[in-house]
Design a protein around this ligand. Sequence first.
Ligand SMILES: Nc1nc2c(ncn2[C@@H]2O[C@H](COP(=O)(O)OP(=O)(O)O)[C@@H](O)[C@H]2O)c(=O)[nH]1
Ligand SMILES: [Mg+2]
Length: 268
Amino acid sequence: MSRTSTRFRTIMPSSGRAALGATIAGGVLSGLTAAPERVGRLFRRRFPTVAVTGMTGVGKTELANRLTRRTSGDGVGEVGSAVMERRTRRSRRLQGFRFLVVPGDNAATRLSALDEVFHDEPVDGIIHVVANGYATPRRVAGTSGQATASREEQLAAELEDWSITAHRIASMAVRRDRPIWLVIAVTKTDLYADELDDVVEYYSPGSGSPFGTKVDELRALAGGAKLSVDVLPVSSQGGDRTSAVSAKKAGAMVDALAVRLAQLSGHV
Ligand SMILES: Nc1nc2c(ncn2[C@@H]2O[C@H](COP(=O)(O)OP(=O)(O)O)[C@@H](O)[C@H]2O)c(=O)[nH]1
Ligand SMILES: [Mg+2]
């Protein structure tokens, strides 16, 4: 297998199906544990919903577009959309997803979007997007040229953004009787390909890093059996002459993420 699969970090539990089985085991639903999502879909007649969260400029829209096989530029707004973007991935035999991209900016629209995905119509899973401090800074209105923020500032902003989102995930998890899953998508890996292992470690539970510690806190709050956490590297771009990641490699990482989403949703 490619290097991608070895970098794939699954924290607990190792398979979505095992997680679901373990949580409901012994209960009245035990006959349904093999594919609870499939049963859920029968009742709800819809694709699993996935919230895509993360700070502005981190790469949420591009990743959602890649996952739904849109080409870049197809419906891509400016960096830092203020409205919730909706994308549907359609696959054979109804194995699709509905992605809800939550605006990263701290506008009123973000708060209502967070309410929608974590409270009003709670999602089945979350992709939280991070970029190792490489979020594209948003320009202040009325100025021109490249906005600047140091990597340290951007990492601090990622952490703050994650605190808010993690809190929302925790309160959704405690209200919920069925398990939910979280994938931390570490994107823009083309920009730091040589540091990939350390960066994936930084975002992982149990790493002792500032981010990892917050993931640990979330798991403690939500209850370990209720929330599975994966950390997966990805790149929405690649193949340019200057890129450290080939188009093929970038595609393989996006595909690996899609495969994992399907496993977590009981599609496979
Ligand atoms: N190098 C690189 N740039 C990316 C990647 N993903 C997104 N970007 C760029 O980062 C900027 C922000 O991406 P976008 O998806 O709009 O971020 P959002 O605000 O989180 O939706 C855009 O200029 C993208 O082209 C990636 O994987 N690698
Ligand atoms: Mg966006």
